[in-house]
Ligand binder design. Structure first.
Ligand code: PXG
Length: 457
């Protein structure tokens, strides 16, 4: 007899420890079991159809069920399911992907180091940045500056680079020589100023920190072009160019964590292109395979590659799955599909501006303090008082109330505090954006009704 949803939930609770989860609370409630998917929709084990406005977890850029990716996977599994890239060997898919990545990335990138995930990619960044300065005879340049509320992964280095206090509190993080500055979050930290002025002020925090640490000790600055897991925090247009100028001034390496922003999410291939920076290193994962098979890596700018290649000798770092042939074959099919269907241009010229119009209109909703988008990522801030931006008391968890309505109405939208966020697949049609916006509005209306009936406004 086939298992019921309750059977699956019981087995799940008995054996499967989920990421970022209160194990006991989930065991009592039961997981939602996702069974299949097509295009931008998921179906759960009870047969409910759900519009996935989060692209899985910021990754299924080309949508579910793409035959090209399935064919590439099976063909490579038959041909050569695994071989490593240690010991002076290579596989053809890994070589071809390295070549293609150097074509679709900014011109300073000609080399790639593969990992299995974004977190591992950022571990590689830490190793590589420190190795670079060592080889140049500057071992004192070790300090990496990051930002509060950044997300760079969950390994020891990834979580240390990240600026999530809840993560630092578990496991004695950050590791030494990683330090943080405040994030460029205008709505919370800069509302008295113009966005542009605030962007310059926020970039200035980097210079202050470099001077405090001592420029001769600073190795690199890392940031997501748009902070994803932190709540789709879109910095003012002045921020990143000013950060670039400060990195140049003090000869500090710039690392762009493109795990979410890469592969078209912001309307360019890379978030750094949208934001106007010239990074020395770029971390990628997620969208490289549209999440079909795990893969990550780091694009290594020529400034660093040249030193490591010509003067570095052996770099004592790598993973079993660096350049996994099946993952690379899927990535090749995925990138070719993005190119063939002109998905990046569609986000830039059509879908991004269309979503932006819809979000602009949301600002008239009585629950909405702000709404903003960048390409196909967006955030809606739920506010107690829209005019002043006064937030709800955090213990009311209004974002979670709204997320509950999303679940109940067949929409996957995330709550980060009271920021409701989306990052839907890049293959959406305008009609599907309309459909998604109807669901978003319905969930906002239901949340507004709750907030009023509970006397929270
Ligand atoms: N950098 C960034 C910018 C990310 O968003 C990672 C690194 C780590 O990637 P891996 O593949 O190791 O997970 C991420 C991952 C969320 C959420 O709640 C976001 C991520 C992962 C899990 C949850 O939004 N991003």
């Amino acid at each position: 007899m086939s298992r019921t949803t309750q059977d699956w939930q019981a087995a799940d609770a008995a054996h499967f420890l989920h990421p970022f989860t209160d194990f006991d609370a989930l065991a009592k409630k039961g997981s939602r079991i996702i069974e299949r998917a097509e295009n931008i929709y998921l179906w759960d084990s009870e047969g409910h159809k759900i519009l996935d406005a989060m692209s899985g977890l910021w990754c299924v850029n080309v949508g579910y069920g793409r035959q090209e990716l399935i064919d590439a996977t099976t063909a490579q599994l038959k041909q050569l399911p695994f071989y490593n890239a240690f010991f002076q060997t290579a596989t053809k898919p890994a070589i071809e992907l390295a070549e293609l990545l150097s074509e679709v990335t900014p011109p300073q990138f000609k080399h790639v180091f593969f990992s299995g995930s974004g977190s591992e990619g950022n571990d590689t960044v830490v190793r590589m940045v420190r190795r670079y300065w060592d080889v140049l005879g500057r071992p004192e340049r070790k300090v990496i500056i990051s930002r509060n509320n950044a997300y760079h992964g969950s390994t020891m280095a990834g979580a240390s680079l990240g600026g999530m206090s809840g993560m630092h509190a578990q496991g004695g993080l950050p590791i030494p020589d990683i330090t943080h500055i405040e994030q460029p979050y205008w709505y919370e930290l800069g509302r008295g100023m113009s966005r542009d002025d605030f962007g310059l002020k926020a970039a200035g925090w980097l210079e202050t920190k470099i001077l405090e640490v001592g420029p001769e000790r600073v190795a690199a600055f890392i940031g997501e072009p748009v902070q994803g897991a932190g709540g789709v925090i879109i910095p003012p247009a002045t921020y990143w160019p000013a950060v670039q100028a400060i990195c140049d001034k003090y000869d500090v390496l710039l690392v762009s964590d493109e795990v979410i922003c890469g592969f078209g999410r912001t309307g360019h291939w890379w978030g750094c292109e949208t934001m106007g920076t010239r990074p020395d290193l770029m971390t990628f994962a997620k969208g490289v395979t549209s999440g079909y098979i795990p893969l990550g890596g780091v694009m290594v700018g020529e400034r660093i590659a040249k030193v490591l290649i010509e003067q570095g000798g052996e770099f004592n770092h790598g993973y079993t799955y660096s350049g996994h042939p099946v993952a690379c074959a899927v990535a090749l099919a995925n990138i070719r599909l993005i190119q063939r269907d002109r998905l990046v241009e569609r986000v830039r010229d059509d879908l991004g501006p269309y979503l932006a119009q819809h979000f602009e209109a949301l600002k008239a909703h009585p629950l909405v303090g702000d709404a903003e988008t960048c390409g196909l990522m967006g955030a809606v801030v739920l506010a107690k008082d829209r005019a002043s931006g006064t937030p709800f008391a955090s213990e009311l968890e209004v974002g979670m109330v709204c997320r509950g309505h999303c679940f109940g109405n067949g929409l996957i939208m995330r709550a980060v505090g009271d920021r409701m966020i989306i990052a839907p697949p890049l293959v959406m049609t305008r009609d599907q954006i309309d459909e998604m916006m109807l669901l978003i509005r319905r969930c906002l209306d239901l949340t507004w009704a709750d907030v009023r009936s509970r006397g929270w406004v």
